[in-house]
Design a protein around this ligand. Sequence first.
Ligand code: CS2
Length: 507
Amino acid sequence: MTDGGTDTSRSVAAALSARLSYDRRRVTPGIVHLGVGAFCRAHVAAYIDEVLETDPSWGIVGASLRRADTKNALDPQSFLYTLAILSGAGMTTRAIGSLLDVLDAGTQRAQLISAMVDPRIRIVTLTVTEKGYCHDPATGELDPRHPDILNDIAEPAAPVSAPGLIVRAIELRRAAGVAPFTVLSCDNLPANGETTARIVAGFAALRSEAIAEHIRRNVAFPSTMVDRIVPATTAADRKLVLEATGLDDAWPVMTEPFTQWVVEDRFPTGRPSLENVGAQLVDDVRPYEVMKLRVLNGAHSTLAYLGYLAGYELVSDAIADQELRTLISDLMTREAIETLPDGLGDLHAYAHEILQRFANPALRHRTWQICMDGSQKLPQRLLGTVRDRLAAGLAITRSALGVAAWMRYVTGVDERGGLIDVRDPLASRLRMIADKAAGRPAALVDGLLGVTEIFSVDLKTNGAFRRLVTDHLASLFQFGAAETVRRVNQANCFSPGHLSRGQAVDH
Ligand code: CS2
């Protein structure tokens, strides 16, 4: 912590500190968190903040791997910040003190690695987003040609990627006789523990089989399902917090009342008592993860692409459109849910609650934000549903429309001819494919289905899938998103959900 900062930031820190129900001076670090974005600050850090009331040994040392903006904003206020919880009923705020420091990996790499080697650190948590895993989203395997991975193979002592940092720290801990930490991915990846384990061990094997073997044998990678909607903080949010609390917090975080954390209980190096602060500790997270990825995130992405194309800036406005709401509700209840295992409780109630969460009028969540990184999100959010339903001979009308809407979006030109700022690690490749297809739906589908990082061969070669996506895409080009959604709803309002011969031309 620094003792710099202005009078304002010092008074913000003092006021927030006074609101904590524990003595922050007694808190010691137990977790290093890679990727201190808004999500982590409203989720992992909020749960840990409650843990600190009874156990001060789990403070968090955060790290920003890409941008130093969080660090720069929070450093002057001693890394304390306001969590604002927004709903139709108004706003409540809470002070969060669990973040003890934020290190900027760009300029403080050595310090970050020392923090990860500190024996007091027993868990490394991650929210580095899908693309931070440097993997191939279709297979879940490390991408050995990823520029950050190439860098970290060449410069193992100065890693820039999450896998590179983790392997370096484990290697140094091993050399120092310190037990490894547990690695806890909190990103929206399928089987995020196993996937992270495979990626980290895969990266280690490129360096030394001995360290890869050490990781496979001795490092635990429990899986988790995380859920809380957290839009990026804006200047308007800061003003809102200032008006409500009187505190000029430089970097508050805005979220919804709902929060969920399902954690696989496998922590050989110890863990905080998360069960006492609302998390669910279970033996097998997979069913929960698939549920959340396919139902919530699949619906979120589909709503974001269609909503953006239809001209809606905010998720809450898009879901207020009755046709979009019907489409999204049907996507969840008539397509995604049917692919899920039993034992997950009332899934219709789950879908209903999600619709209400999307409709939260106080959360200004931009469709554009959710549209980002589609190449990394599509496989687990929509393509798993598509694959399972095709195998069972079930209709994929709405899931295929989600895929077509993504294809329409990555052309980079909206329905009024304006440019779309497509943010995606594959953006330039996607754009080249779109330019080559020059607005011909079949050519665009062909080109994009050939992106093997997203579409596996079984989908690429599935005639029904290809036809349906092409028809949807043709409709999106010809009639636009709003009209396409209306037609799909109309054609399918009585559909039993089974794939019929006429399905591919259902609008
Ligand atoms: C969203 C998620 O940005 C996105 O892609 O779908 O971040 C979503 O808000 C969270 O997963 C909700 O838990």
